[in-house]
Write a protein that binds this ligand. Structure first.
Ligand code: ATP
Ligand code: MG
Ligand code: MG
Ligand code: MG
Length: 492
């Protein structure tokens, strides 16, 4: 089933059951405190909170999402994109668990040819491969959800497992609506890992769908597991999110989301331009692994860049613009590490447009702008790289002749003066058989961050920018605990 067909089946199923079809909102979050739309529920937050009256009780959507918090997973796991689409069905004070759970099950397991009795079409997944989690955290137990899965739907007890807050309580990272979840996982089979279910192995058992029973109002959210519940919402709501790419990966019988029909063409083109072969491995011990990871990352980031530019984001040094800049630079760096030094972004983004325009015609109508924005950014980064390369080569050759490693100070100077990314320094030094004093490099970076922080004290705008940046890196703002100063960060 092509991704477009999955989307159609999704909309048709819920529209037939009284859900209003709501088109995707922009990737730029309507909520100014969060940069990007990170989930299908984001545009509906006022309806859940009851601050706005929804024009309908039930809605269905396929929402474009960006999660920068997942950036380091991209290409390494099978299932994390920076851009992805979240299929959602929503109830604003209308139906609750007793209906949301059986509907999700019916849609996943009914044949694509349609159920002979109801005529409804589904995705035809083998019920034996589906595992369920319900919220069970100490004293707090969602027995109601467990009962519906076991007694109404008929899932065997051993495939309904209890998990706690970290996995099974949804909040946006901000004060607002929240609630316990119940998730549906797909078992990819013994070739992908040990038995034991999703609590044991999230590679073999892949999370497809999260059903959120949105019924609480959170006054403060310090982390995913540490938040204050102010009280119940006026009405009980349903918010669900099914990963479109993850379902596509299962239905298309491919190894990961980057091999699905909307993403794979970019991966193939990147491999072709680099003259490398993609082998589809997930095994870090496999010698092809780093090339494969790079190709998957490139395919993902090109598509994310396409969709972000199309929604009006432009490369810059702050906010969403910095995320875009970082994505584009990671692609260029990735291609460079695969041996490609010429500009290729225009070509890659064209291929991505071809696979996305069926669903998002705006990527075709605005393509000339998209391409020119991307190519301009690429040119400027390529200039940086070539200035740094000359400097690096001389540092490498003097390290080599004196039989030492490249000093952290040299790596730092390359970064600081030429914006030369440490990844590239490491890789190019390694190619010449020279090691790099990475520890010293990191220490210098940390010192610089400290200085920048001290400088920023008292400057209001500096604080604001940093706060914004922390949020965007986190995707879900309060969970991020890493670096803060983008202007001095080493990795592009
Ligand atoms: P995971 O635990 O696998 O990281 P999640 O619990 O963070 O997923 P949710 O926040 O529950 O994901 O989002 C709802 C659904 O959206 C998930 O069940 C999954 O199918 C999909 N999804 C979430 N993050 C991504 C991503 N980075 N790329 C692709 N699909 C995603
Ligand atoms: Mg996640
Ligand atoms: Mg999860
Ligand atoms: Mg989840």
């Amino acid at each position: 089933m092509k991704t477009e067909d999955i989307t159609r089946t999704w909309y048709d199923y819920f529209a037939a059951q009284g859900h209003e079809r709501v088109p995707s909102a922009s990737l730029i979050s309507p909520d100014p405190s969060v940069l990007f739309t990170i989930a299908g529920m984001v545009p509906f937050i006022p309806y859940f909170l009851g601050t706005e009256k929804p024009p309908y009780d039930r809605a269905v959507s396929v929402q474009k999402c960006i999660r920068t918090a997942d950036i380091e997973e991209v290409g390494k796991t099978a299932r994390h994109g920076t851009f992805f689409q979240m299929c959602g069905n929503f109830s604003f004070g209308d139906y609750f668990k007793e209906k949301a759970i059986p509907m999700a099950w019916e849609l996943l397991t009914t044949s694509p040819d349609g159920d002979p009795e109801t005529g409804r079409r589904g995705f035809g997944l083998d019920p034996e491969r589906l595992w369920i989690t319900v919220y069970e955290d100490g004293e707090e137990r969602d027995d109601e959800a467990r009962r519906i899965w076991e007694d109404v739907v008929g899932v065997p007890r051993e495939r309904v497992i209890g998990t706690g807050k970290a996995d099974n309580y949804w909040n946006t990272g901000q004060p607002g609506p929240g609630g316990p979840c119940s998730e549906i996982y797909y078992d990819r089979g013994p070739a992908y890992g040990a038995d034991g279910g999703p609590a044991v192995d999230e590679t073999r058992f892949i999370e497809l769908w999260n059903l959120v029973f949105m019924e609480e109002r959170l006054s403060e959210v310090r982390s995913k597991t540490d938040f204050d519940v102010e009280g119940p919402l006026d009405r009980k709501n349903i918010d669900t999110g099914l990963g479109l790419e993850r379902l596509a990966m299962v239905l298309q019988g491919v190894e990961n989301m980057y091999e699905t029909d909307q993403v794979r063409p970019v991966l193939d083109r990147a491999a072709e331009l680099a003259g490398v072969t993609y082998t589809s491995t997930e095994d870090p011990a496999d010698p092809n692994h780093s090339t494969d990871v790079r190709l998957r990352m490139i395919a993902d980031h090109v598509r994310s860049s396409l969709m972000l530019i199309s929604d009006g984001v432009r490369p810059s040094n702050e906010g969403g613009g910095f995320v875009l800049r970082r994505l584009i630079r990671r692609v260029i760096l990735g291609m460079r590490l695969l041996g490609v030094e010429e500009p290729v972004f225009g070509e890659l983004v064209r291929v991505s447009r071809d696979s996305m325009q069926g669903v998002y015609p705006e990527v075709a109508t605005t393509f000339e702008t998209i391409r020119s924005v991307a190519e301009k950014e690429e040119q400027s980064f390529l200039r940086t790289i070539s200035a740094g390369t000359a400097k690096l080569e001389s540092a490498v050759s003097s390290a080599k002749s004196s039989g030492t490693s490249l000093s952290g100070a040299d790596a730092f100077a390359l970064h600081d003066t030429y914006g030369f990314p440490i990844d590239l320094t490491l890789e190019m030094a390694a190619e010449a058989g020279v090691s790099v004093d990475e520890g010293q490099f990191r220490a210098l970076m940390a010192e610089q961050r400290e200085r920048a922080r001290a400088d920023a004290k008292g400057k209001k705008s500096g604080h604001a920018d940093t706060a914004l940046y922390q949020q965007l890196l986190a995707g879900r703002p309060t969970h991020f605990t890493g670096y803060t100063e983008h202007t001095t960060e080493s990795r592009v």
